[in-house]
Structure formats: structure tokens, C-alpha cells
Design a protein around this ligand. Structure first.
Ligand SMILES: [Cu+2]
Length: 125
């Protein structure tokens, strides 16, 4: 019992130390700054790639982008690429005319996860 109490106290001290060691402002959440195709846009020809630019650098290894068509079926994109600290991109197959939903989930370099989604439309002939 005594050693258990000691362990508890030690854990509590570790928690306090952890809080003190955390850098004060956690402003660095990565939100979507802009995308190509643009959020909510209608494009006249199928885009070859999808690019997302975030407000903060992100960890590509813990980030993902999914594209689904009107029926909710997942589009086979190319592998996630990370050409710049705050940018991720995937290549797209030839998209048929229709509406597409992009769902993204990223982890910023300060380890905070964020997610969101938006749509774009590929115009028919
Ligand atoms: Cu953050």
C-alpha cells in the first residue's frame, strides 16, 4: 500500500512536469488553407491531381486524403506525396463528370490532428 501511494505521487509529479514542459501556445493546428481544385469549385476538365495546402506544416506519415464519387465509391488515387512542408498531393485517375468529395485528415508537426472535407465538381461535356 505504501509503495502504491508513492507510485501515485510519482505519477502525479510526472503529469505536472509534462504540463510544464508543454510549450505554451498551441496555435499551430493545421487547417486547410486552399486546395486545387478549389474548395466548392466546378472544373471544366478532369484534374490530373489533387493538391491540399495547409496553414501549418504537417506529418505526411500520419495524414491521408480520400476522394469519393457521388455514389460514395472511393476513387483510386495515387500515393500521398509531400512536396512542401504544408502541402500534400495525390494524382487522380481520369474522373468522369460528377461531384466528388475530398475527405482529409492530417496531423500537424505539433502532433495535433485535424480533419475536414469539401467537394468539387467535374463538369460534363
Ligand atoms: Cu496544434
Amino acid at each position: 500500500m505504501k509503495s502504491r501511494l508513492r507510485l501515485r505521487l510519482r505519477l502525479r509529479l510526472l503529469v505536472v512536469a509534462g504540463v510544464l514542459a508543454t510549450p505554451a501556445p498551441a496555435r499551430a493546428h493545421a487547417f486547410l488553407d486552399h486546395a486545387d481544385p478549389r474548395v466548392g469549385s466546378t472544373v471544366s476538365s478532369p484534374p490530373a491531381a489533387l493538391t491540399l495546402v495547409f496553414t501549418e506544416p504537417i506529418e505526411a506519415a500520419f495524414s491521408r486524403v480520400e476522394v469519393t464519387d457521388t455514389a460514395g465509391k472511393r476513387v483510386e488515387t495515387g500515393p500521398l506525396q509531400h512536396p512542401a512542408p504544408a502541402t500534400i498531393t495525390v494524382s487522380l485517375p481520369g474522373l468522369a463528370p460528377g461531384s466528388y468529395t475530398v475527405t482529409w485528415a492530417v496531423v500537424s508537426v505539433d502532433t495535433h490532428p485535424t480533419e475536414g472535407h469539401f467537394a468539387f465538381v467535374v463538369k460534363g461535356p
